[in-house]
Design a protein around this ligand. Structure first.
Ligand SMILES: Cc1cc2nc3c(=O)[nH]c(=O)nc-3n(C[C@H](O)[C@H](O)[C@H](O)COP(=O)(O)O)c2cc1C
Length: 188
């Protein structure tokens, strides 16, 4: 469903959303995945520190199964039809080994850029923080200086009718945002 924006904005911003009805029979080419990762790679970051790290998994990969095992049951119920997962990790130290204060902010920008590229290519992105981070750290042997952030599901959108119950309701609900005057504290 297209967002009811108060002003005209870029088409991808107006039409991007995080659906859960995904067509598991669709395919994604490696070239698409590489371009999506490239979009993330070129995100801006504090001091060009680039603290994002990615673990990519496709159905059939052992790592895809591991991600399915760490997702919470509701996420797993729809994300099983993803064409790929990009597990995004953040590096907590900078080039000098000092604490990287803004690593989560920077990683969010990288994921945003990937999500725009995903939608531009006719797929959909759905970020998930609903997974067991302790289990994920063990399963992927994530070193101490990397923090598990989001698992990004990439899929091909399917019809809402393929979902049931609460997931169907959420898929078809009106899309809402806080009013602008709550967000812009002063200046306009
Ligand atoms: C950091 C982050 C974590 C999220 N985690 C989940 C999740 O675990 N499960 C889920 O179904 N959606 C998750 N979402 C999706 C949000 O619910 C969704 O972006 C929000 O409701 C706005 O909807 P829209 O993206 O369709 O505009 C997450 C989004 C973000 C940015």
């Amino acid at each position: 469903m297209r967002a009811q924006t108060s002003q005209p904005v870029h088409e991808i911003i107006a039409t991007r959303r995080s659906p859960r009805s995904l067509d598991g029979t669709a395919k994604i080419e490696e070239a698409d995945l590489l371009a999506i990762l490239e979009a993330g790679r070129w995100a801006p970051s504090a001091n060009n520190g680039q603290p994002w790290r990615f673990i990519v998994a496709r159905p059939g990969d052992e790592s895809f199964e591991k991600m399915m095992e760490v997702l919470n049951p509701t996420n797993a119920s729809w994300a099983k039809n993803s064409l790929a997962f990009i597990f995004t990790l953040g590096k907590t130290t900078n080039q000098n080994g000092e604490p990287y204060a803004d690593y989560q902010f920077d990683c969010g920008l990288a994921v945003a850029q990937m999500s725009f590229e995903i939608h531009h290519r006719g797929f959909v992105a759905h970020q998930m923080a609903g997974y067991d981070k302790v289990k994920a750290r063990e399963a992927f042997e994530i070193p101490a200086d990397l923090v598990p952030l989001v698992i990004v599901a990439i899929g091909k959108q399917d019809s809402p009718e393929k979902l049931e119950g609460a997931l169907f309701e959420r898929e078809t609900a009106a899309r809402v945002r806080k009013p602008m005057d709550e967000l812009v504290i002063s200046g306009i």
